[in-house]
Design a protein around this ligand. Structure first.
Ligand SMILES: [Zn+2]
Length: 193
């Protein structure tokens, strides 16, 4: 018997719920204390219509997230957990079979390995650009290549979905920091396609 919650063969329903979960991921992202990069992730067990876990980027629990540490970009990158990583750790085994929604940054190569290994079946996130020299574009594309090779579906967040949530397309990329390695290419992501 077919699952009444399933999005299979119901693209309109899937797009509508994708928009809701993207909106939730965007809301969660605001909880990050990182002044330059606020990223949110939501893991959803779609067949059971259940939000399994959420996460945002930040230091591990009980590790002080002082302004000084967050302002020191090199140090911050050595200490911070990505939103996807926090969501996966919060979910534990329940991540298996989930759809992952990520807002704020593209999925990196490390998070892709963890999403695959956790048994996530689909990732919805911003796409990196092709054909640039940017390190983050390259690892972002590598991430998508790995996801697809592993049989994990990748769905790019569209500009229309951001518009529907009232999210500014540039704001959704959150690249205010001139030292932010994402900044140089974030504004060129094609959310419109
Ligand atoms: Zn990552």
């Amino acid at each position: 018997m077919s699952n009444p919650n399933s999005f299979d063969n119901q693209p309109g329903k899937r797009e509508r719920w994708d928009g809701r979960y993207i909106g939730l991921a965007n809301h969660i992202a605001q909880w990050s204390k990182d002044p330059r990069a606020k990223v949110g992730a939501v893991l959803v067990n779609q067949p059971h219509a259940r939000i399994v876990a959420t996460g945002f980027n930040g230091f591990p629990a009980n590790v002080e997230d002082s302004v000084e540490r967050l302002e020191n970009k090199a140090r911050k990158l050595q200490m911070i957990l990505h939103a996807e990583q926090n969501a996966l750790l919060n979910a534990g085994h329940a991540a298996r079979g989930c759809d992952a929604y990520v807002v704020g940054k593209p999925v990196c190569n490390v998070c892709a390995t963890l999403l695959i290994q956790s048994g996530v079946r689909r990732v919805v996130a911003a796409p990196p650009r092709a054909n640039t020299d940017s390190y983050w574009d390259k690892v972002g594309l590598l991430a998508i290549d790995m996801l697809r090779e592993a049989g994990v579906e990748f769905t790019a967040v569209t500009g229309e979905q951001l518009d529907a949530l009232g999210l500014n397309r540039d704001e959704a990329r959150r690249a205010e920091d001139p030292l932010d390695p994402y900044r140089e290419h974030q504004h060129e992501f094609d959310f419109g396609s």
